[in-house]
Design a protein around this ligand. Structure first.
Ligand code: AMP
Length: 139
């Protein structure tokens, strides 16, 4: 059974040890822009509690988290004028997880617009511009 490692990058962002382009924060969760966006406005939502993934998060914490995901997803859709939104969540390496602090991806989608390739750093100005639109939709 894999354990939670507090040295993961999202834990560092939560502790303020690493920068992030934040769009939403409350007592339970933080949402920030993915640095390698698969779509303009690609946003991540993480809980403030320490959990590795779906296997160890307490049901009550998962329930709280998904409510924040819904809240942010609505703002991503309206802020980015998206036709639809994909919500993704990966568990363990073979399940596609690379950062071992549970998180949900929110990807806005537009008719006829393909996802960007994985593993490519996003343009900083474009990420900031998308974040501003999402923040405005949350305000
Ligand atoms: P996964 O664990 O497969 O759900 O993917 C982790 C995601 O975190 C990827 O989409 C990365 O681009 C993203 N990511 C990794 N490091 C950072 C970071 N410092 N700030 C924002 N996003 C990150």
């Amino acid at each position: 059974m894999s354990v939670y490692d507090p040295a993961n990058i999202f834990a560092k962002i939560l502790r303020g040890e690493m920068p992030a382009t934040k769009v939403f924060e409350d007592d339970a969760a933080l949402a920030f822009m993915d640095i390698m966006p698969r779509a303009d406005g690609h946003t991540l939502v993480v809980p403030k509690i320490a959990a590795r993934n779906i296997f160890d998060i307490a049901p009550a914490d998962l329930s709280t988290l998904i409510q924040r995901v819904q809240h942010v997803a609505k703002a991503v859709r309206s802020g980015m004028a998206a036709d639809g939104v994909v919500v993704q969540q990966f568990n363990e390496g073979p399940g596609g997880q690379m950062v071992f602090h549970i998180h949900f991806h929110i990807l806005p989608r537009w008719t006829g617009v393909a996802l960007k390739p994985p593993g490519v750093m996003g343009d900083k100005a474009a990420i900031e511009a998308a974040a501003a639109k999402i923040r405005a939709a949350l305000a």
